[in-house]
Write a protein that binds this ligand. Structure first.
Ligand code: FAD
Length: 282
């Protein structure tokens, strides 16, 4: 089954650009990605509110094309009153989807805030706004980096879903079996909602290695070794990345994944190539 045939389809994530050139580039790439009929776009949020204004400005610019756009919202470092205000504002602006996260405090930033974990944020959103928002939360097939154990992380994931989340989007990973195992274990704990794999196109080895260390995503040795060998040959990295990630995405869909969420890093081409490979468009 292709991603486009599936009812949940594909979605694309952006971050809020901070320059005029970045904003113009994002709008061009948004237009290219919109042609693939995504189910939604989403826009990240800096924990502690550091990009709060840029997130909503970016959401409003992105959704001008008529496609649902979900702001990410994190609770760490925020008080309930601030979150309440933000939810009221989002509701008033006609936003009806959110990606709800705990987030990570940038080093040196103050207290953790009134809500400690994402399950408490999901509960708070439901208490404050009922069923207004479709809520997505984060899932970690290879375990969250701070998790005490795989089991406790899975239990915490189930708690977050039971608090009222409608769907989950995973951290990116390169091993399809990690996703299938996670989904199977979550189903055993009674989680029925869709768990959508997060897909990270590979375009740059050093950036990918840095991100992956920070977020706990494992780059398998056979991928790492080949990327290392390509050095500065960005065309070779792009070709290899396209092949590896297209194959991973296809395997996930063939194995029953209910859609794919792409971490675009505000680029269009690497994501489009993968989408077109799996939908037979190229
Ligand atoms: P939680 O679900 O709260 O989990 C965090 C840790 O606490 C885990 O180790 C978990 O096992 C443990 N835990 C959870 N609940 C409990 C509990 N009740 N009691 C005890 N322990 C518990 N970050 C941003 O800053 N901005 C973004 O826009 C952003 N977007 C993201 C989008 C996706 C799809 C993903 C996968 C991640 C994103 N992140 C973003 C990163 C995320 O904020 C970090 O991974 C953060 O460390 C955890 O957030 P969470 O919502 O998964 O936390």
């Amino acid at each position: 089954m292709s991603a486009q045939e599936h009812p949940l389809g594909i979605s694309f994530e952006f971050f809020p650009p901070n320059t005029d050139a970045g904003r113009e580039k994002l709008m061009r790439n948004r237009d290219l990605l919109a042609e693939r009929n995504p189910r939604f776009f989403s826009v990240t949020y800096g924990a502690g509110g550091s990009t709060q204004n840029r997130t909503i400005t970016t959401v409003n610019a992105v959704r001008e094309c008529g496609i649902t756009t979900a702001p990410h919202l994190s609770c760490v470092g925020s008080e309930k009153a601030q979150l309440r205000e933000l939810l009221t504002d989002y509701k008033a602006q006609g936003i009806n989807s959110l990606v709800a996260l705990r987030g990570d405090l940038p080093s040196g930033m103050g207290g953790i805030g009134e809500l400690r974990y994402a399950n408490e944020l999901v509960e708070f959103i439901r208490e404050e706004t009922g069923d207004h928002f479709e809520i997505a939360v984060a899932a970690y097939p290879e375990s969250h980096p701070q998790a005490a154990s795989f089991e406790s992380d899975l239990q915490n994931f189930a708690r977050k879903m039971n608090a009222g989340a409608n769907l989950a989007i995973t951290q990116y990973f390169f091993t399809a079996d990690a996703y299938f195992h996670f989904v199977e274990r979550a189903r055993q704990l009674g989680v029925e909602a869709p768990i959508i794999p997060g897909i990270m196109p590979i375009t740059n080895y050093s950036k990918l290695a840095r991100f992956s260390d920070a977020c706990g995503a494992e780059i398998p040795r056979w991928i790492r070794k080949q990327l290392e060998a390509y050095g500065d040959d960005s065309a070779a990295i792009a070709d290899f990345g396209e092949e590896v990630i297209s194959r991973l995405a296809q395997r996930l869909l063939d194995g029953g994944a209910p859609g794919l969420h792409f971490y675009t890093l505000n680029q269009a081409e690497p994501t489009l190539k993968i989408v077109d490979n799996i939908t037979g468009r190229s």
